[in-house]
Design a protein around this ligand. Structure first.
Ligand SMILES: Nc1ncnc2c1ncn2[C@@H]1O[C@H](COP(=O)(O)OP(=O)(O)OP(=O)(O)O)[C@@H](O)[C@H]1O
Length: 227
C-alpha cells in the first residue's frame, strides 16, 4: 500500500449522452489526494465536480481509468465490494443534509455505525462525542426539523465521519447556508479534518473558504488543474 496517497485517480474518463449529443465531461483526469490534506475543488457549474466526487467515492463507475483507494484498485471489484469500501473508507457530505427525519441527531449519527456492526453502546458514545465536538452537545435528541440549517449540516458531517473513514468527499457542504453560518460550519469541518487526520476533497463555490484549504484544484477541459 502506498502511504503517500489516500485516493488516486488515473486517466478517468466520463462521457454523458444528452439526446443526440455526447458530452465528454472528464477526459483522462489524474488526481491524487494525500493523507491528511484538505483540497478544494473550485470549478464552474457543469464542469463535472459532482461527477468527479461520485467517481472518487465509488458511487459511479468511470468509462475508463482507475480509482485507487488506500492502494487498492477498484475498477474490477464487484458492486458489493465497492459498497463495502464506501461504508468503511469514505464519508460523504452533500449540499442538503439528507438526514432521516424520523430519527434524532444522535440516532442519525449512530445508524451508519450500527450498519457496520458496531455495538449500540459504542455507536452511541462515538455519536455523542462527535456531536459534542461539532458544537451540538445540547441538540443530540432533536430531530432534523428541530435544528437550524447549520446544525443540520453539522449532524450530516458527524454522520459522514462516524465510521472513521479515510476520506471525506463533500459536494457544496455549505452551499445552502448563509455566509456567517457557512463560515462557522466550514471552520468546524476544517478543524475536524485536521484533528482526525482525515483527507478531504471539498467542492465549493466559496473562494474564501477554498483559500483556507491546503490546496485548490479546478477542472479545465475535463482535467484536474492545480490553481
Ligand atoms: N446522468 C447524467 N446524464 C447526462 N448528463 C449528465 C448526467 N450527470 C451529469 N450530467 C451532465 O454532466 C455535466 C457535469 O455535471 P456535474 O453535476 O458533474 O457538474 P458540476 O460541476 O457538479 O455542476 P454544479 O456546480 O452545477 O453542481 C453537466 O452538463 C450535466 O448536465
Amino acid at each position: 500500500m502506498n502511504l503517500s496517497e489516500t485516493i488516486r485517480l488515473e486517466g478517468i474518463q466520463r462521457r454523458y449522452r444528452q439526446g443526440e449529443a455526447e458530452l465528454d465531461i472528464l477526459r483522462g483526469l489524474d488526481f491524487t489526494l494525500h493523507p491528511g490534506e484538505a483540497v478544494a475543488l473550485v470549478a464552474p457549474s457543469g464542469t463535472g465536480k459532482s461527477t468527479l466526487l461520485h467517481i472518487a467515492g465509488l458511487l459511479e463507475r468511470p468509462d475508463a481509468g482507475e480509482v485507487v483507494i488506500g492502494g487498492r484498485p477498484t475498477s474490477k471489484l464487484s458492486d458489493a465490494e465497492r459498497t463495502q469500501i464506501r461504508r468503511t473508507d469514505i464519508g460523504f457530505v452533500y449540499q442538503f443534509h439528507h438526514l432521516l427525519p424520523e430519527f434524532s441527531a444522535l440516532e442519525n449519527v449512530m445508524l451508519p455505525q450500527l450498519i457496520n456492526g458496531l455495538e449500540r453502546r459504542e455507536a452511541q458514545n462515538r455519536a455523542q462525542d462527535l456531536l459534542g465536538w461539532l458544537g451540538l452537545p445540547d441538540r443530540v435528541q432533536h430531530r432534523p426539523n428541530e435544528l437550524s440549517g447549520g446544525e443540520q449540516q453539522r449532524v450530516a458531517i458527524a454522520r459522514a465521519v462516524a465510521n472513521a473513514p479515510r476520506v471525506l468527499l463533500a459536494d457544496e457542504p455549505t452551499g445552502n447556508l448563509d455566509v456567517v453560518t457557512a463560515d462557522s460550519v466550514f471552520e468546524s469541518l476544517f478543524r475536524l479534518i485536521k484533528a482526525t487526520g482525515l483527507s478531504a476533497l471539498i467542492a465549493t463555490h466559496n473562494l474564501d473558504l477554498a483559500s483556507r484549504m491546503d490546496r485548490r484544484i479546478t477542472l479545465r477541459d475535463g482535467l484536474a488543474v492545480e490553481t
